[in-house]
Write a protein that binds this ligand. Structure first.
Ligand code: SUD
Ligand code: ADP
Length: 339
């Protein structure tokens, strides 16, 4: 579908928000399910590495249209990733029904019987195929934006949180996490997800965790990584990790972190080993793959340490890798009326 070049004129109202990425501090796989998915036990934290999503309600059309680009531009993003403009395939963001934002808006309309159209503008800052849940986070934000935009016919958005969670689980296993936990204060600082990833319990964090995140330029397919996984006969008990997390002791948290998808991800993408080695050499102790990869992260004691380690790491890595120093944040970012 060609990217729309001008914003439709029949715009009624518009909202915008900044979907966060996530990291898996603990990820264990306990079984393979008969539906082809896996039973997982994971603890996720949202981080302040974001996309930006603006959704406009269209009352004189039932179209679901979308424009998507990388921030600050797809050209700059592609050059940062690869050092040359050739590999623009790295910057491909679907702008049709393959984009989870479109899929979420279509599911929202079907569930609530809403007839208006939506035009979405997605500005990507979260690398794709990184294991940071970019698409899932955008989908959760799209559901929350649509819920606010349709208050005239559906009533207060706060009344629909449980229904949105049910719709979210049909869009992707990680989407419910980004909605925030129903019944909790709207946003979540950390959550334990089980089942496919849709069974959520809040997890306490003593204080925000500073992190360094590194993306080795090429993403990974979540399905391919899961496909290569051998389900362990003995699984790691999450309790020691959960105790470390609630203690706030960064060194202990780092010692108890684990990710069962690391082995299959490294088989597919050997540069993950080089990335983890470079992170260790830059002084980061607790380095780990997030989700199905390919991004890796480490926790530091302070944001200053994260910034200094990120600078050392950038100097070590081949052109094309991306490095951020950031910190944990909350899910369900504020949805505000767009100016
Ligand atoms: C691995 C994790 C860890 O948080 O995140 P990412 O690395 O994708 O960010 C998640 O389990 C990914 O969740 P999500 O990306 O929403 O997965 P989905 O779209 O539902 O499924 C994509 C594919 O992953 C596999 N899959 C996903 C979830 C799960 N519990 N078991 C699976 O086997 C299936 O092959 C599925 O077809
Ligand atoms: N809103 C979106 N943003 C980015 N990628 C998307 C989006 N919707 C669908 N996709 C597709 O989903 C794939 C995985 O994206 P993402 O969720 O960022 O990775 P991961 O599952 O590793 O966290 C991308 O390669 C892209 O083809």
């Amino acid at each position: 579908m060609p990217l729309a070049t001008t914003v439709p004129t029949n715009v009624q109202t518009a909202v915008e928000t900044s979907p966060p990425a996530k990291l898996n501090l603990f990820l264990e796989i306990t079984a393979r399910r008969c539906d082809g998915f896996h039973e997982i036990d994971t603890v996720m934290v949202p981080i302040d590495l974001r996309d930006h999503l603006l959704i406009q309600r269209l009352d004189s059309s039932d179209e679901l249209s979308m424009e998507a680009q990388w921030m600050p531009s797809s050209e700059i993003w592609t050059q940062k990733l690869s050092g040359s403009p050739q590999s623009s395939h790295l910057a491909q963001i679907p702008s049709d029904e393959n984009n989870l934002v479109i899929r979420a808006l279509a599911a929202f309309r079907k569930h609530f019987g809403v007839r208006c159209g939506f035009h979405s503008r997605l500005f990507k800052g979260i690398p794709a195929g990184a294991g940071m849940g970019g698409a899932s986070s955008d989908a959760a934000s799209a559901l929350r934006c649509a819920s606010l935009l349709c208050e005239p016919e559906l009533g207060p958005a706060a009344e629909r949180v449980e229904e949105l969670a049910a719709i979210a689980a049909t869009i992707g296993s990680d989407v419910p996490f980004f909605l925030g936990l129903p019944g909790q204060s709207e946003s979540t600082v950390a959550a334990r997800a089980r089942g496919r990833g849709e069974l959520l319990n809040p997890v306490s964090l003593r204080s925000p965790l500073p992190v360094v995140v590194a993306y080795p330029r090429h993403g990974l397919s979540t399905a391919e990584v899961y496909g290569r996984l051998t389900v362990p006969s003995e699984t790691i008990d999450p309790e020691p990790f959960l105790k470390a997390l609630s203690s706030g002791n960064r060194k202990l948290i780092g010692e108890k972190m684990t990710n069962r998808l690391t082995a299959p991800a490294r088989e597919i993408r050997p540069e993950i080993d080089e990335m983890l080695e470079s992170m260790w050499r830059s002084g980061l102790q607790t380095c780990q793959l997030t989700g199905s990869g390919s991004a890796c992260f480490a926790i530091t004691d302070t944001i200053g340490q994260a910034r200094r380690a990120a600078a050392r790491l950038r100097a070590m890595l081949q052109p094309g890798a991306l490095v951020w120093a950031t910190h944990t944040t909350t899910t369900a970012p504020r949805v505000r009326h767009a100016s």
